[in-house]
Design a protein around this ligand. Structure first.
Ligand code: BGC
Length: 548
């Protein structure tokens, strides 16, 4: 059972905080963050104003892909604790009104998973072998792209035990499960029941577009994948209430939207194409990248919701942009070639924005006001830096910085034993960027974010409202109105680095009075003419639109 009451579509009002448990807080001094450590920080998270936690992989794993290489779907990795610790976390989170979302890595397992060990030894034609995708010919499914292109050349790897090639969309040590095989589908439903049974509120469906393969296609978004998702959803609806499925489908809007089905597949899906366009809009100081992708985004079923994000535990992926746009973003945001990884940029929010407070505020304000549920990445609320010296995506997975004390208050272990080294880049040193110091400073980014989250929580329009884009007289401005059952919020952003007049076309809301949300200051009512607003460099305003 889920310990929390509230509407079944709670995810529409949620603010999600993504936590790498291993990097968050270490309770036992072994250098790895753990579930008990996370429990000790729940008050911090509740006070910050987030309402749901998304926990990165927790299951037993050889950890060659930070736990996305699962060796046992039902256990907890000893580094982070035990199943009892997990139960305690759920209870403690629910007691504070926080929901918990965990990972369902269903496309692949680790090659150490007993299912794969059994499969590679089973003779051809034996049902045990069919749990994975085998071939004598590594030329099959040529239409499928290689995703981790800095590390893998092909999606087939030879297995000497099986004397055949196995299929993998990610690292070669992550063989893809064979969804054609009914026992695989049943096993995944059983895993879903296991975690929902433990009280989890939502599951993130990792790498969900790649479940099936078909010759002559890209082997992404296939009808068979959607058919399985409908079965999965029907199963969940029949057995559980108030649970959420979140699709990780890095796809163009018209493909991503299909993961909602007719409201009978996933409840949520990440909006991947919007994310790089927020960075593009910021750099080009123009609305167009955002406006275009929003116009290209189809309507979604009533019971569904986009998940929006700026940064996460992976590289800032540039798969959903054109080649020219990618070159532009690489040039502007990854001048140091070390910052580039696969088709993306392995940096955190603050360093991407040169630590510029105005741009950090503007990006956060857009994340929190555009239509969808915002997902914050741990540490970005204190403007944490990253470490390009670490391999793969580890540079954005360094320990959370709690205080100026030993190991930033993350762990009492010897510094050499930490899951990753702390950020010591002088511009982002943990002794300066940490929760304790920022809590004590009224004007810190942490306190600003906390205030913004409080304002957002007062207006259901942010989570549930319609969106109407408003002409602001200049391509440098992004302005829109969110409306839900009488709650109306006007958002105006000046993307330019100069102060600008923003003559807003608010004719639809004539007679309404804008009330600025931070200060509660009442502005002149909307009259016949354009509404004359002036915003400073990269300034933004949120107003309640009161009255008629
Ligand atoms: C996760 C990555 C992971 C990959 C393979 C992705 O979608 O976000 O961190 O490496 O799936 O499981």
């Amino acid at each position: 059972m889920s310990g929390l009451s509230g509407p079944p579509d709670w995810y529409k009002d949620a603010v999600v905080y993504e936590v790498g448990v291993r990097s968050f807080c270490d309770s036992d001094g072994d250098g790895y963050g753990d579930l008990k450590g996370l429990v000790s920080k729940l008050d911090y998270l509740a006070d910050l104003g987030v309402t749901a936690l998304w926990l990165l992989p927790l299951c037993p794993s050889p950890m060659r892909d930070d736990g996305y290489d699962i060796a046992d779907y039902k256990g907890i990795h000893p580094q982070v604790g035990t199943l009892d610790d997990f139960r305690a976390l759920i209870e403690a989170a629910h007691a504070r009104g926080l929901r918990v979302i965990t990972e369902l890595v269903l496309n692949h397992t680790s090659d150490q998973h007993p299912w794969f060990q059994r499969a590679r030894r089973a003779p051809k034609g034996h049902p045990d072998r069919d749990w994975y995708v085998w071939s004598d010919d590594p030329e099959r499914y040529k239409g499928a792209r290689v995703i981790f292109q800095d590390f893998e050349k092909t999606n087939w790897t030879w297995d000497a035990d099986a004397k055949a090639y196995y299929w993998h969309r990610f690292y070669h040590h992550q063989p893809d499960l064979n969804f054609e095989h009914a026992p695989v589908r049943e096993a995944i439903l059983d895993v879903v029941d296991h975690w929902f049974g433990l009280g989890v509120d939502g599951l993130r469906l990792d790498a969900v577009p790649y479940l099936y393969e078909r010759e002559g296609t890209s082997s992404e978004n296939l009808p068979e994948t959607h058919a399985f998702l409908k079965t999965l959803r029907a199963h969940v609806d029949a057995k559980w209430t108030g649970r959420m499925l979140l699709a990780e489908a890095n796809q163009w809007p018209e493909d991503a939207v299909k993961y909602f089905g007719d409201g009978d597949e996933c409840h949520m899906a990440f909006h991947f194409p919007l994310m790089p366009r927020l960075f593009m809009a910021m750099r080009r100081e123009e609305r167009r990248p955002i406006a275009e992708i929003m116009a290209r985004t189809p309507a979604i079923p009533d019971n569904c919701q986009w998940a929006l994000f700026l940064r996460n535990h992976d590289e800032l992926t540039l798969e959903m942009v054109t080649d020219e746009e990618r070159d532009y973003l690489w040039r502007e945001y990854a001048k140091d070639p070390k910052a580039r990884l696969n088709l993306g940029i392995r940096r955190r929010l603050a360093p991407l924005l040169d630590g510029d407070r105005r741009r950090m505020e503007m990006m956060t304000a857009m994340l929190l006001s555009l239509p969808g549920t915002p997902v914050l990445y741990y540490g970005d609320e204190i403007g944490m830096g990253d470490n390009l010296g670490l391999g793969d995506r580890n540079g954005v997975r360094t320990p959370m910085q709690w205080s100026p004390d030993r190991n930033a208050g993350f762990s009492t272990a010897d510094a050499s034993k930490l899951v990753q080294p702390l950020v010591t880049d002088p511009a982002y040193h943990w002794q300066t960027f940490n929760v304790e110091l920022q809590k004590a400073n009224e004007s810190s980014f942490l306190n600003w974010t906390r205030r913004l989250l409080r304002l957002r929580a007062r207006h259901p329009a942010f989570g549930r409202g319609s969106v109407t884009f408003v002409d602001a007289g200049t391509y440098h401005a992004l302005a829109f109105v969110r409306e839900f059952e009488g709650d109306r919020v006007l958002v105006a952003c000046n993307l330019s680095r100069f102060t600008r007049p923003l003559p807003l076309d608010l004719s639809r809301w004539k007679g309404a009075t804008p009330v600025e949300l931070f200060g509660g200051v009442r502005f002149p009512p909307v009259a016949d003419d354009r509404y004359q607003l002036t915003l400073g460099p990269r300034g933004f305003c949120w107003f309640a639109l009161e009255g008629p």
